[in-house]
Design a protein around this ligand. Structure first.
Ligand SMILES: [Ca+2]
Length: 337
C-alpha cells in the first residue's frame, strides 16, 4: 500500500515539476500548437491609421481561424472611434464583436478617418451610442475564458487596461482585476515605449500614470513592441491601394490619412508578435525589466527580471512590411511563419 502512495507522490512531483518547467519555458514562446489565439485588442483608433491596419490584419487572421477575436476595447476620446471599429467589423462580417469604451469622458472629433468610415459603411451603432464600459467588457471577456487562455494586445494608451487592473470584485467576478489578469491572460503584447530608453506617445500621452500602474503591476509576461520596431516598417501604400476595392473601409482609412503615401506600422508589429510569438520576425531582449517614470518616459534596466521583454530587429524590415501589407489586404501565407 505504502509503495502505491509513494508511487503516486513521485508521479505527482514529476508532473508538477514538468508543469512548472513548461510554464517557465512558455513565458515568451507561448503557442506552439495550432489552437486559435484568443485575443482582445485595445486600440486608440483615431489619430494614426496603423490601428486601422491592425484591425484589418486581425480580421484576416480570424478568417484563417488563427485568431479568435473576443472583443475590441476602444481607448479613445474620438466620438466616432467606436462606430468606426463597428463599421469595420461589419464589413468583415463580424458585426457581433463586443466593443467597450471608457465611460464618462468628454468626447470630441479629431480623427482624419473615423467619421468618414462610420458614415460610409454600415454599422449598428449611432454616434455616441451607449456601449459597454471597457472595464466591464474586459472583466466579462476574461471571466468567460479558460485560465491562461487570453492574449491582450494594446496599441494605444493604457487607461482602460489600468482601470481593469484596479477594478474590484463585482457582479461579473469575485476576482479583482489583477487576479483576473493573473489567472486568464497568458501574454500582454504592448505597442509602447522606446527601447532601450526614450519617450513614446502611447506611454506618455494622455495618461502616463496608467502606464506606470500597468507596467509596475502586471505580473505575467509582457512583450513591448517599442517605437523603434514599427517605425521602420512602412505599409499602406500602393500595394494596399491596388489590392483593395475602392469601397473598403481599410483602403478608405489609408486614403484619408495620407492618400497611400505609406505609413509606419507600430501597432501591426505588436499584433504580429502576439499571434506568432515563435516566428523569426524579431528576437526578444528579456534580461531586464522596463521602468516607467512619472512623465511616461521609459528605460530598460538590465539585470533585474520580471517577465518583461522587448522586440529587437531580426528579419529584414522589407519582408515584415510585405507580410503586414498582405495580412492587411486579406492574404495569409502560412509558410512565412
Ligand atoms: Ca494606435
Amino acid at each position: 500500500m505504502h509503495k502505491i502512495i509513494y508511487l503516486i507522490l513521485f508521479v505527482s512531483l514529476v508532473l508538477g515539476g514538468y508543469s512548472l518547467y513548461c510554464k517557465s519555458m512558455s513565458v515568451f514562446s507561448s503557442d506552439e500548437s495550432n489552437r486559435e489565439v484568443v485575443l482582445i485588442l485595445d486600440t486608440d483608433i483615431d489619430s494614426d491609421v496603423d490601428d486601422v491596419g491592425t484591425l484589418a490584419m486581425l480580421h484576416t487572421l480570424a478568417d484563417e481561424k488563427i485568431v479568435k477575436i473576443l472583443g475590441i476595447v476602444v481607448t479613445s476620446d474620438d466620438v466616432y472611434a467606436a462606430q468606426c471599429v463597428d463599421a469595420i467589423n461589419h464589413f468583415y462580417s463580424r458585426p457581433d464583436i463586443p466593443i467597450g469604451v471608457e465611460k464618462d469622458i468628454e468626447l470630441r472629433h479629431h480623427s482624419k478617418y473615423t467619421k468618414e468610415i462610420s458614415e460610409e459603411f454600415d454599422s449598428d451603432l449611432g454616434v455616441g451610442q451607449k456601449l459597454e464600459d471597457a472595464t466591464r467588457l474586459y472583466r466579462r471577456l476574461l471571466t468567460e475564458q479558460k485560465d491562461g487562455a487570453v492574449v491582450v494586445v494594446t496599441v494605444g494608451h493604457l487607461t482602460n487596461l489600468k482601470n481593469l487592473l484596479e477594478s474590484k470584485p463585482d457582479d461579473i467576478s469575485p476576482l479583482s482585476g489583477l487576479e483576473l489578469v493573473e489567472r486568464k491572460v497568458k501574454l500582454w503584447s504592448c505597442m509602447g515605449g522606446r527601447f532601450p530608453e526614450g519617450k513614446e506617445a502611447n506611454f506618455y500621452r494622455p495618461d502616463p500614470q496608467s502606464t506606470v500602474v500597468c507596467v509596475e503591476n502586471w505580473s505575467g509576461p509582457v512583450v513591448f513592441a517599442g517605437w523603434e520596431i514599427g517605425n521602420d516598417i512602412i505599409t499602406g501604400g500602393e500595394y494596399l491601394k491596388s489590392s483593395l476595392p475602392i469601397h473598403h473601409p481599410v483602403r478608405r482609412g489609408y486614403q484619408l490619412y495620407n492618400d497611400f503615401q505609406g505609413r509606419q506600422s507600430w501597432d501591426q508589429a505588436a499584433l504580429l508578435y502576439a499571434v506568432f510569438p515563435t516566428s523569426p520576425y524579431w528576437s526578444i531582449e528579456d534580461k531586464g525589466l522596463c521602468l516607467v517614470a512619472a512623465d511616461g518616459s521609459n528605460r530598460w534596466e538590465k539585470g533585474l527580471m520580471r517577465n518583461h521583454g522587448y522586440l529587437i530587429p531580426r528579419m529584414p524590415v522589407d519582408k515584415i512590411s510585405q507580410k503586414l501589407d498582405e495580412l492587411m489586404v486579406g492574404v495569409y501565407k502560412a509558410d512565412d511563419n
